[in-house]
Design a protein around this ligand. Sequence first.
Ligand code: SF4
Length: 353
Amino acid sequence: MTILLKATQVSRNFNVKASKTWFAKPRILRAVNQISLELKTGQTLGLVGESGCGKSTLARMLIGLLPASSGEITFAGQPIQAKRNAHWRAQRRDMQMVYQDPLAALDRRLKIIDQVQEPLVIQNIGDRAAQLAATREALDSVGIGEDLYGRYPHELSGGQRQRVVMARALVLKPQLLVCDEPVSALDLSIQAQVINLLSALQKSRNLAMLFISHDLRVVRHICDDVAVMYLGKIIEQGPAEKILSQPAHPYTAALISAVSHPNGGKGESGEKAPRKRILLTGEPPNPIDVPTGCAFHPRCPSVMARCKTETPAKTMLQGRHSVACHLHKGTAPLVYVPLTNETLLATPNRAAA
Ligand code: SF4
């Protein structure tokens, strides 16, 4: 697999006013703080973390919708274009996004078929007949039948709308798909169908996919690797199976412990699972006033004296698994919190969506 997307030490700062007083000086909010990652062709990377940790800002930077304050991002070996010129448009053709709210992502005044065809018209790809053929193929690949072509977004169900958003993203045949919480606005039963469809499309088209979600069960189902973010930094990264069964960072362990068991907390053979909910004390800190040392230390159940002053460096564990925590010095993960019994994701059923 070749490296398609590469970010090296990228940061994004915003100037914000910490108080509403007229003469208050702006302060710097580090939404994304020196993040490096790679995404290969055909690979799916999950980005998880609490709201406001910088996931969506990072995703927008990676596809050139938001310029980085520092660092470098390349796509297929070429730097991401900062200016919205012809090169930027050509690069954007290969990087498409699926948004959280399908109704907001679609134009309410356009019929479904016109919505999906629009990117081909904007990019001036093919003649009218070729555009129509590509549009029909994209709609067919997501299970939208001809009977829906003439409808408007408000005449569709939530699941159908998200399928149309996916068709609109896929009609340009991109190499990279960025999905920002693509199922969080859908009913639970529809979520499983959309996730299974995304997974099938990703495999059949060998797409690289960045999948942002706070639902760890979905991430485990669809992602090869997972990166966990906290206050603008990646604090743990590695194979999804490894991280979700043997998290090394106390924050990751707490996130996993909050995932509910579909069978009421029993193991697969019926015994009580050895998992205990880890309750974090306190609210996430204000990103303008990030704590010194390890940013997680005010909430960490394993906090030590050095955590308050020393920022933990990235430590490689086994294989691709890395963590930024003083508990680890190239050792095996210390925390073991199994996550089992995944029953959320059922077989796709396009008729019900
Ligand atoms: Fe907890 Fe210290 Fe590790 Fe931070 S570095 S996660 S405070 S143990």
